[in-house]
Ligand binder design. Sequence first.
Ligand code: CAP
Ligand code: MG
Length: 412
Amino acid sequence: MEYSEKYLHLGERVDPDANVICIYKITTDLDIKLAAAAIATEQSTGTWTSISTLNDEIFEKYHGRVIDIQGNVATIAYPEDIFSLDIGGVPQILSVVAGNLFGLEGLKGVRLEDVEFPHSMLREFKGPKFGIPGLRKILKRPEKPLVGTIVKPKIGLPPKGMADFIYEAGMGGLTNGKDDETLSNQRFCPLEDRVVAIAEAIDRVKAETGHVMIHAINVSTRGDQILEVAERAQELGASELMVDVITCGFAAVQVLAEDPSIKLPIHVHRTMHGAITRNKDLGVSMVVFAKLVRMCGGDALHVGTFGVGKMKDSSAEDLANQRACVGPELPYEKVMPVCSGGMHPALIEPLVKITGTNVQIQAGGGVAGHPGGVRSGARAMVQAVEAAYQGIPFSEYSKSHQEFREAINKWG
Ligand code: CAP
Ligand code: MG
């Protein structure tokens, strides 16, 4: 790996409106400048050795620039002209900012911590169609946290079993249901039958109580199929779509979000993200993925449980993920941050203290595992959210709310 001073521009100011600026944390035994220059080289105009075909004009125009190094954190600016959005888009962006660099011999570890895009690129994306205000409008829930569930067991239930679960959850007052991330079109629960059965269940809840609930149908599939599957689900009465963005691709979210025929919100699940985001010395931070999901038009995104759920504690990053979803830094509608994974009613008070009330809190086991069954589990979640929203201590509120008390007794 040849080291080239030419990629080092330490202290140089670059135009943030003409560059994609990346922050990399680098673990290496090499001189950090060499390591940073190697990333800039590989991800722009160079390779492992000098080449006769790289002329000055190409180099000048398109090489990546290491503009800052603080300790083991390097900032690299890539000229916007090396990106291609009409064809390529997010797949091509990731090939530049998070591509071959992870395999470079001289780097023991490297993590892409954050990316800033120039407005000229941000303008090419539309962001969420619905986002937080759109979801709140559909659910007639202007301020309180959305509160939902994931049908459990995550696989195996037939369409009627799924529908009964959602009916009970809706009768218990939950606002959101969703397929789990591994459910698709298995023989035990064909997608079309599930869509119809769940739509009927949601309609029954509305007819019997006036309560509005939506359920996200997992339409994750091949790129050339996903729009057709989503349109079919919409035709059959789906109220929300779900995409597993890491396994399906960011472009899959963008296709659904930008297609004028799709008039449903998109719930974005991030299963498999842990393989890329969990190791703090190797991979990509969830903040980068959250920004890309917002750019591509996801309406709700799993951001973690801020240290209170079952997934590995990533609370500091979860706050950054939430910021990427709702912060003013990106010129798009706000994405609803989803807190899920090991959640149950007793955890909602500490969670909301961290996140505030502009979140969607959901529990699978924390609803289906309630001693009184799904409807009681739903009621317990709704009661917990109500207490948190009103700032009433759980110890107080649970005295007068049985389902909530039972949940606390079971899960503490
Ligand atoms: C939660 C969940 C979600 C996790 C994913 C699960 O179920 O359905 O997929 O939320 O984690 O399968 O684990 P439980 P994250 O409520 O039963 O845990 O939200 O961090 O992406
Ligand atoms: Mg799941």
